[in-house]
Design a protein around this ligand. Structure first.
Ligand SMILES: NC(=O)C1=CN([C@@H]2O[C@H](COP(=O)(O)OP(=O)(O)OC[C@H]3O[C@@H](n4cnc5c(N)ncnc54)[C@H](O)[C@@H]3O)[C@@H](O)[C@H]2O)C=CC1
Ligand SMILES: O=C(O)[C@@H]1CCC=N1
Length: 266
C-alpha cells in the first residue's frame, strides 16, 4: 500500500502524523504533495514523511487522501488526472464535497470514501465519520476506518449524514473552544486568576465529556446529579435557559450543516 496525501495542511498533517504514531501506517508508505513549500516542510516535520512538488512522483500510489480546501479540490484532482493515475482509492476529508462530485472530478476508476474528521485527531481524540461510494470495496472502507480510527473514534454512516456530521463534530471543537473561553471569562469575572480559570474550565469540559462516554448515562441524568435543590447549579442552569444556550448550540449545528451542503453545490 502506498498513500499519496494531496494537500499537506493542518488536517493532512494531523491525520497522517497521528496514524504514523499509532502505527496504522508506516512513514515509508506515505508521500505528501503540496504546491506550497512551507506547507510541505511543516508536513514532513509533523509526520516524518517525505513530500514532492511533482504529481508524477505519486503515480505508484494506490490510495490517496484528499486534504485540500474544498475550493481547491477540483484543481488538485484535475492535476492528478493529468498525471495519469487511475484505479485507486481516494479518502476525502473536504467539507461538503459529495461522492458524486468527487467521482466526477477524480481520475478514472477512483473508488471514493468521503469522510469528516475533526482537529482533536491531532491529540488522538478525534471524532470522525466516513461513507463509502458504491464503487468502494471493503478494503477501501477498512483503510478509512483504520486511518481515522487511529486518531480517535471513527464510525461509518450513510453519505446523507456526512453534512450533519460536519455541522456537529467537524466544526464542533470550535463551539467548545468558545465555551471554554466564555467559562474562563466567567471565572475571571467572579475573581479567579485567568490561568487557573482556563485550567478549571478545560478540565471541566474534559471531565463532563468523559462522564458521558464512560458511564453511558444520559446527559440529563448526569446534569440532575450536579443540581442540588435550591443550590448553585440550578441558578446557573436557569440563567443559561433564559439566554438560549440550548437553542444556540442547536442552531449552530444546523447552520454549519447547511453551509456544508452549500459548499458541496460549488
Ligand atoms: N480544519 C478543520 O477543523 C477540518 C477541516 N476539514 C477539511 O480538511 C480540508 C483541509 O483543511 P485544513 O487542513 O484546515 O486546510 P489547510 O489550508 O491547512 O490545508 C490545505 C492544504 O492544501 C494545499 N493545497 C492548495 N492547493 C492545492 C493543490 N492544488 N494540490 C495540493 N494541495 C493544495 C495548501 O497549500 C494547504 O497546505 C478542508 O477540505 C476542510 O474542509 C475537515 C475536518 C475538520
Ligand atoms: O470550517 C470548515 O469548513 C472545516 C470543516 C469542518 C471543520 N472545519
Amino acid at each position: 500500500m502506498k498513500l499519496g496525501v494531496i494537500g499537506c495542511g493542518k488536517m493532512g498533517s494531523a491525520l497522517i502524523g497521528g496514524a504514523i504514531r499509532a502505527k496504522a501506517i508506516e512513514v515509508s508508505q506515505v508521500i505528501g504533495f503540496d504546491p506550497y513549500p512551507a506547507a510541505a516542510e511543516a508536513f514532513t516535520s509533523a509526520t516524518g514523511a517525505p513530500t514532492t512538488a511533482e504529481l508524477a512522483n505519486l503515480t505508484d500510489c494506490d490510495t490517496f487522501l484528499l486534504a485540500t480546501k474544498p475550493q481547491t479540490a477540483a484543481d488538485a484532482l484535475h492535476s492528478l488526472k493529468e498525471s495519469g493515475v487511475r484505479d485507486a482509492a481516494l479518502v476525502s476529508i473536504a467539507a461538503g464535497l459529495t461522492i458524486e462530485w468527487l467521482e466526477k472530478h477524480s481520475p478514472e476508476g477512483f473508488r471514493i470514501v468521503r469522510s469528516m474528521p475533526n482537529t482533536p485527531s491531532l491529540v488522538g481524540k478525534g471524532a470522525s465519520a466516513f461513507a463509502r461510494s458504491s464503487h468502494a470495496n471493503d478494503n477501501d472502507a477498512a483503510f478509512a476506518s483504520k486511518l481515522l480510527g487511529s486518531v480517535g473514534l471513527a464510525v461509518e454512516v450513510p453519505e446523507s449524514m456526512i453534512d450533519a456530521v460536519t455541522g456537529l463534530s467537524g466544526s464542533g471543537p470550535a463551539y467548545i473552544y468558545l465555551a471554554i473561553e466564555a467559562l474562563t471569562d466567567g471565572g475571571v469575572e467572579v475573581g479567579l486568576p485567568r490561568e487557573q480559570a482556563l485550567q478549571l474550565a478545560a478540565q471541566t469540559v474534559l471531565g463532563a465529556a468523559t462522564m458521558v462516554l464512560e458511564t453511558g448515562r444520559p446527559p440529563a441524568e448526569l446534569r440532575d446529579n450536579v443540581t442540588s435543590p435550591g443550590g448553585t447549579t440550578v441558578a446557573g442552569l436557569a440563567s443559561l435557559e433564559k439566554t438560549g444556550f440550548r437553542n444556540s448550540l442547536i442552531r449552530a449545528v444546523a447552520a454549519a450543516t447547511a453551509r456544508a451542503t452549500e459548499l458541496g453545490k460549488g
